[in-house]
Design a protein around this ligand. Structure first.
Ligand SMILES: Nc1ncnc2c1ncn2[C@@H]1O[C@H](COP(=O)(O)OP(=O)(O)OP(=O)(O)O)[C@@H](O)[C@H]1O
Length: 246
């Protein structure tokens, strides 16, 4: 569904992506992982047409992005960012209803869709009238996920959706995301720093460093046949509790 063909992207003089070629087939679930500043968010922003490639081509279903109606494209892609990106002056319900109202859905259809998504994300009904600041971080991310799914998009792009949450809520939401991903048949691209989270949620892992794809494959491939010394370091750069208490 999404294709980056030899894509490079600069911000001013900063090279964010260098000659990146990637494919995300329809219905696939992939995780982009890598160090801070490695270009992960830039990949998502290019797929949404929020940034333009300086060279190379981004294609959606084979069509170069510059030939597409970007507003229509974005309506077909759900996008969740780290802090949820909810409008603070609107209740959870109104955040969810905004886009469907804009595209002309009647009230009953909006209410039915919110009902389905609240059940899917285990969001409490009495939270719908609250403002984002009156919700917990986990509840806010549930609303952000619901909002991304409102128009039943073909794809879901998630940029560090769980990184601001405490470990217990994060663990719970990882389980819920896994259940949601298997039930919705959408192309999913998840950005995370966390290798365990990536491997739990996505069968295909893509490791980026310094704007380049270092390796892609499943966890076994990264662990047992790392493409280079950086991949090996990334995979092993975690401390277990035994070492911490020694
Ligand atoms: N709007 C911008 N203006 C200038 N430089 C930018 C901009 N956005 C990103 N960059 C730079 O481009 C590079 C890639 O950034 P990007 O946000 O894609 O990385 P990332 O892997 O998602 O990082 P993180 O994990 O920290 O979110 C970094 O060096 C970053 O500082």
């Amino acid at each position: 569904m999404f294709q980056l063909d030899n894509v490079s992207k600069y911000y001013g003089t900063t090279l964010a992506l260098e000659g990146v070629t990637l494919e995300f087939p329809r219905g696939s679930i992939s995780a982009l992982i890598g160090s801070s500043g490695s270009g992960k968010s830039t990949v998502l922003r290019l797929l949404l047409g929020l940034e333009r490639a300086d060279s190379g081509v981004v294609r959606i279903d084979g069509v170069p992005l510059q030939n597409l109606d970007l507003l229509a494209l974005r309506r077909g892609i759900g996008y969740v960012i780290q802090d949820g990106g909810l409008f603070p002056h609107l209740s959870a319900y109104d955040n969810l209803a905004l886009l469907p109202q804009y595209v002309g859905w009647p009230k009953t259809r909006i209410e039915e869709r919110i009902e389905i998504l609240a059940a899917l994300t285990h969001f409490p009904r009495d939270g719908l009238q609250r403002y984002p600041l009156e919700l917990s971080g986990g509840q806010r991310q549930r609303v952000a996920l619901m909002r991304a799914l409102m128009l039943d998009p073909l794809a879901l792009l998630l940029d560090e959706p769980l990184s601001a949450l405490d470990p217990i809520v994060r663990y719970e939401l990882q389980d819920e995301l896994a259940a949601i991903f298997t039930g919705i048949d959408k192309t999913v691209v998840l950005v995370t720093h966390d290798l365990a989270e990536a491997a739990f949620l996505a069968p295909r892992l893509i490791l980026l460093d310094a704007g380049k794809v270092q390796q892609s494959g499943d966890l076994d491939a990264l662990r047992h046949t790392p493409a280079n010394a950086w991949v090996e370091r990334f995979v092993h750069a975690r401390r277990d509790l035994t070492a911490a208490s020694a």
